[in-house]
Design a protein around this ligand. Structure first.
Ligand code: ZN
Length: 346
């Protein structure tokens, strides 16, 4: 019996379901997501059963072929035109899922949309390659409902530089934001689009911090604590403190390679490590900065957690570790709700 945890509303800060469905090559993958086909880490039936009330759905583009992952070109700058075409497919996919879901998925454009019945899907761009440096595409994406944007994935683009995948390593690698990168952050602020610093290198992080200057919460949608797992993808205590002071948050990532002290991508990893990262972020940045950022469909989950159906069990683990009802409500939903509303209405 999972008393409280089974009933708590959950907002998850990052999933890659759109790129999984778009790349599956299966014509029935969209219908399967809606019907609950059990594919991947996330579908609508499992999400509803777990109490998932909302989440950020990433549009992620990687124009090189998948096998480029192994020769390094996956991490090179991606061409803008191909990235735009791939992004349009994933944006269209989410809008189509919304229309075909009969109200079970709603693209959230305002804070009030986060409270409506069904799954509130925040359209997120992970890596700004689909946007040209004159930023016109940003207006189109905003018009389509995009309300969150990560400047980079783990590679350089015209706006900023992402952290490499190496272990151990520091996020302090490469230059800060370019002039178009600073303009993109300013344009997001003007439109009320959340600027996500996940995958961004340290100089870029501090550039965003300087531009936001206390006027916007700093948000990292999916990462962990560098003190517990020295991956460049994780945040140092200085970064965590700055996030806490800004009123922002960190979506704790479930990827085993960013949870473990040895950096291994190993499903044989206890989900209690997610709780340990959350506890560290709470100690350094405050409980208001602790949230969830699973990376479902984009990462190697602890086997114990497995997929979205494991969320109630994860919340039980938080409770067992001493998180009280009020703290848990913030971690599961309230902190994301607060930060999105502050960003979208500023
Ligand atoms: Zn990511």
């Amino acid at each position: 019996m999972r008393g409280f945890a089974a009933r708590v509303r959950i907002f998850d800060g990052h999933n890659d379901a759109l790129s999984r469905i778009a790349r599956s090559g299966r014509p029935d993958a969209r219908a399967g997501f809606l019907a609950g086909d059990g594919d991947g880490h996330l579908d609508l039936a499992r999400a509803a059963a777990a109490g998932l009330a909302g989440g950020c759905f990433a549009v992620f583009t990687c124009p090189p072929p998948e096998d480029a992952y192994h020769d390094g070109s996956y991490f090179a700058a991606a061409p803008h035109g191909a990235a735009w075409r791939e992004a349009m497919i994933q944006v269209g996919l989410l809008l189509r899922l919304e229309r075909e879901s009969g109200g079970r998925i709603r693209v959230a454009r305002t804070a009030a949309d986060l409270d409506r019945p069904g799954l509130a899907a925040v359209l997120h761009l992970e890596g700004a390659e689909p946007i040209g440096t004159r930023l016109e595409e940003l207006e189109l994406l905003h018009g389509a409902g995009m309300r969150s944007l990560g400047l980079t994935w783990s590679r350089p683009n015209a706006f900023a530089t992402g952290v490499p995948f190496e272990f151990p390593g520091s996020p302090d690698a490469g230059p800060g934001l370019s002039a178009p990168g600073r303009a993109l952050v300013a344009a997001c602020n003007e439109l009320g689009i959340l600027v996500d610093v996940a995958h961004l290198n340290a100089r870029g992080f501090w550039d965003v911090h300087a531009i936001q200057d206390g006027h916007r919460p700093l948000v990292c949608s999916h990462a962990g604590a560098h003190a517990l797992s020295p991956s460049p993808r994780n945040l140092t205590d200085d970064q965590l403190r700055a996030i806490g002071e800004s009123g922002g948050l960190v979506g704790i990532n479930f990827h085993t390679g960013f949870l473990r002290a040895d950096g291994a991508e190993d499903p044989d990893t206890p989900q209690d490590l997610i709780v340990a990262h959350a506890r560290h972020v709470a100690e350094v940045a405050g409980i208001g900065a602790v949230a969830l950022g699973s990376d479902f469909d984009g990462a190697t989950m602890p086997a114990e957690l497995r997929d979205v159906a494991g969320l109630p069990g994860l919340l039980d683990a938080f409770r067992a570790a001493g998180f009280g009802d009020a703290d848990l409500e913030q971690v599961a939903h309230g902190n994301w709700r607060r930060v999105l509303e502050a960003t979208w209405t500023a």
